[in-house]
Design a protein around this ligand. Sequence first.
Ligand SMILES: Nc1ncnc2c1ncn2[C@@H]1O[C@H](COP(=O)(O)OP(=O)(O)O)[C@@H](O)[C@H]1O
Ligand SMILES: O=P(O)(O)OC[C@H]1O[C@](O)(COP(=O)(O)O)[C@@H](O)[C@@H]1O
Ligand SMILES: [Mg+2]
Length: 482
Amino acid sequence: MGVSGDAKMKIDKGDSGYVLEDVPHLSDYLSDLTTYPNPLQINPAYSVVRQYFVNEGDTVTQKIVVHKDSPRGAHLRRAGPRQKVYFDSDEVHACIVTCGGLCPGLNTVIREIVCGLYHMYGVNKVLGIDGGYSGFYSRNTVDLTPRVVNDIHKRGGTIIGTSRGGHDTSKIVDSIHDRGINQVYIIGGDGTQKGASVIYEEVRRRGLKASVIGIPKTIDNDIPVIDRSFGFDTAVEEAQRAINAAHVEAESIENGIGVVKLMGRYSGFIAMYATLASRDVDCCLIPESPFYLEGRGGLFEYIEKRLKENGHMVIVIAEGAGQDLLSESLQSVNQQDASGNKLLNDVGLWICQRIKDHFGRQHKMSINLKYIDPTYMIRAIPSNAADNVYCTLLAQSAVHGAMAGFTGFVVGPVNGRHSYIPFNHITEKQNNVVITDRMWARLLSSTNQPSFMNPKDVSEVQKEEQPPTQLLEGENCKDSSF
Ligand SMILES: Nc1ncnc2c1ncn2[C@@H]1O[C@H](COP(=O)(O)OP(=O)(O)O)[C@@H](O)[C@H]1O
Ligand SMILES: O=P(O)(O)OC[C@H]1O[C@](O)(COP(=O)(O)O)[C@@H](O)[C@@H]1O
Ligand SMILES: [Mg+2]
């Protein structure tokens, strides 16, 4: 087989401003590939209706809110089974790896890749790589069969382990080659998908017939383009238990303040959605919305007002909120984890101390503060029913894409339709709460908290951080029909 083409993005333009931002295919760099009829054509569940198969020309629009005269805009390839596949069932040797932090649903995705390959495509060689990327060259592997994975979706964590750090592209691709692996399923967040992208480049450079598929995982929901990430729904639901507890504690004592810290390194989606869902929260602090403590319009003034009005209050704070304030008052540590992510100072403990100091030493009002940090408890639970279904769709879409010969892509729902997304769309940006979007306004109106910004600051943020169409698009509620 010859190696041809380059790894540049595949763009296909059509009429009226239609653009397809396509994903690579094995045939882009390997010639004379044999194709086979999709085994689903004779699968009792799939063979009845022809429409179960995706048409080659089906694409998914990236912009769902458009004007009458707008160009048709950018599109992505629709996920799903194709009539033709590029692997014979017996030829497939797949592997699955999970990297980065835990997230509810990891086991469900693993289960559904194994079962999807087995039941839909008759594939029975699937390896689990133990302990993240470094497991490719330093750890054991496990054979994953439908029997082994049967009940794993009921457990939190990942049965194959995970890790940060340890990405050696050359050694990983050596391992893929040496083991004869030809489908690589990589489940992980932004860091992991950057790693997956370079693995794909190297596989392609070496001319290997191996599909590299990314499945986006992030409890923080910080991956762009996709509607939401798996585990997010579960996390928001589980966060309610902590918020309820904080509320019960706070309302049972005089001047009770319940503080709950939730995950969200750079994106405050869990805190925002958990707050909106609960209706017991009086103040939600996220990384995207700067706040201050002292003086007019500050947090302390608001706490005092709320306690006088209501006798108690609940504060939800995302772990990445207020980091600028912390670095002013604490010595900056500037440490990183093994993957190079900045280690954050603990904003939960810090804010509790600052509130206690303010009302204790400098003020007449006595307060009762209770702090709850449920972060790892939330991350370690199994996925809920909605996330289980979502994980199943993700895994099956990934399997269909790999069998159809696509490679170098991430799978995920875009405006409600599962799509194949080029790596660079996922790795070059981050999904953040847009505080000039209506969803943040809804939050402010539900808690009644100050915005901590004057209208001039808001327009500055809008100018600096967001394209002017952001308000129209309603980015914060992509996964809903608001
Ligand atoms: N820029 C990068 N290039 C290659 N590999 C990376 C890159 N960033 C992170 N990784 C690898 O991806 C894995 C997970 O990254 P990490 O940031 O810890 O979690 P997540 O993928 O959940 O964001 C680690 O093994 C790390 O070495
Ligand atoms: O303590 P750990 O395991 O490094 O994880 C903490 C981090 O993991 C996260 O859940 C996100 O991790 P990922 O980037 O791996 O998805 C953050 O919210 C949190 O800061
Ligand atoms: Mg990350």
